[in-house]
Design a protein around this ligand. Structure first.
Ligand SMILES: [Zn+2]
Length: 429
């Protein structure tokens, strides 16, 4: 099978930016050609994709996704999550381990990969738990899971509360060359809070979560990374204090990376109105000052990655009193357009956005996704111009819990290719 992608601006930050023709043979990039170059081989069996007006980038990767299978298939399955990712322009996702059962052993890892093999959409890279059942008492079977195919470990959804256990986890994972994804949260400071601590929480009478609940754990795990040399990746960074700490750690060459999610640079706690639980997530939407700090952290390189923290929940789990409703929003089908707004507003150049959504995630996972011959044809075609309005009824995710219904956006994935196969094409949307 041979495919030719013609007419696109091909953008692989740091190496390529220009009009190129990409020849794909089976699942692999076979050649990167100038438009005037002859196409090697016979023309008869060639499928041509006309990509004029589009930008072709290395496949976007979302390194923070909750697929909910096994255990909570009513929220999302591996198959529906993979399809939602593809529709959002992602060629790969990291599946967090807080399923039922938790992915804390090789059997669950193998189950996730087996389900993914049988479905169409983004690739799935399983993340294994740090501790058994993510209960924070004993290390999980990390070596076995690595052999089964995990790309990172995390107890996401919960912190690893015990610093000594975290130290041992970091030492162990360092030896296995696995990054540890940290859900930074000091539970005693959360203290039953349900939104950001500040004037908005006071106004609504909702218990608040201070920035320090996140930043205290960021500080601890920077110190433990420094102690062990292990790669610590901070998930969903939301506040100024965390970003300041990570910026300082990077200046000291401590081995930390971090991600934020689109809602933290798009919304603030002032958007949480009328106990609308679609705006409830963890960490919570922060202040205007924090939102500016997130944008600054993205612009100056402190924040390496934009990830969605896609967290599907059913209507029943969200249609509750604010403090009882589930934390989390879906994000796979809105992450790219919300992030493109950073480019439209002049905060980020397009190549830097591609770094944060494709290149840096790949580097953290130890994957090479350069657009070069011999690499897998995992590619995203982006239409930078299409204006549209977010409509959750059109999501292919099983869940609809988003604060962005009705939001006008510009830009989206036009097509998503995984291993030479189109897993999403907007013409068939
Ligand atoms: Zn988390």
């Amino acid at each position: 099978m041979r495919t030719l992608i013609k007419g696109a601006r091909v953008l692989d930050p740091g190496t390529l930016d220009g009009y190129k023709t990409i020849l794909i043979e089976d699942d692999t990039i076979a050649a990167v050609l100038d438009p005037s170059d002859p196409v090697p081989g016979a023309a008869c069996d060639l499928t041509v994709i006309d990509a004029q007006g589009l930008v072709l980038v290395p496949g976007l990767m979302d390194i923070h996704v909750h697929l909910r299978e096994p255990g909570h298939e009513y929220k999302e399955t591996i198959a529906t999550g993979m399809a939602a990712a593809a529709r959002g322009g992602f060629t790969a996702v990291c599946a967090m381990p807080n399923t039922v059962p938790v992915n804390d052993n090789a059997q669950v890892t193998a189950f996730v990969l087996e389900k993914a093999r049988g479905a169409k959409g983004a690739r799935v890279y399983p993340v294994g738990a740090v501790t058994r059942g993510s209960a924070g008492t004993h290390l999980a079977e990390i070596r076995d899971m690595r052999q089964a195919g995990i790309k990172a470990v995390s107890d996401d959804g919960r912190p690893v509360e015990n610093p000594q256990l975290m130290r041992r986890a970091l030492e162990y994972c360092h030896g296995l060359s696995l990054p540890v994804f940290v859900h930074a949260e000091e539970l005693s400071l959360v203290n039953g809070g349900a939104m950001n601590e500040g004037p908005a929480a006071t106004f609504w009478g909702i218990p608040g979560i201070p920035n320090a609940a996140e930043a205290v754990m960021v500080a601890r795990d920077i110190l433990l990374s420094r102690l062990t040399g292990a790669h610590v990746h901070f998930c969903h960074v939301s506040c100024e204090e965390s970003i300041d700490l990570i910026r300082n750690a990077k200046q000291r060459n401590i081995r930390v990376t971090c991600e934020t999610a689109p809602h933290y640079f798009t919304l603030t706690d002032e958007d949480v109105k009328g106990y609308d639980t679609r705006f409830k997530m963890n960490p919570p939407l922060r202040s205007h000052r924090d939102r500016q700090a997130v944008i600054q952290g993205l612009a100056d390189g402190t924040i390496d990655v934009i990830a969605s923290d896609h967290a599907p929940h059913s209507k029943e789990e969200k249609d509750l009193e604010f403090d009882r409703a589930a934390f989390g929003i879906v994000g796979l089908e809105t992450a790219l357009p919300l992030s493109l707004k950073l480019v439209q507003d002049g905060h980020l150049a397009l190549p830097d956005l591609v770094r944060k959504m494709a290149k840096h995630p790949a580097r953290i996972l130890g994957i090479n996704n350069d657009i070069i011959p011999g690499n897998k044809a995992d590619l995203t075609l982006i239409d930078l111009d299409e204006k549209w309005v977010v409509d959750p009824d059109r999501f292919v995710s099983k869940s609809r819990n988003t604060p962005f219904a009705g939001t006008a956006v510009q830009g989206r994935a036009a097509a998503t290719m995984v291993g030479g196969t189109l897993v999403y094409d907007r013409h068939h949307d």
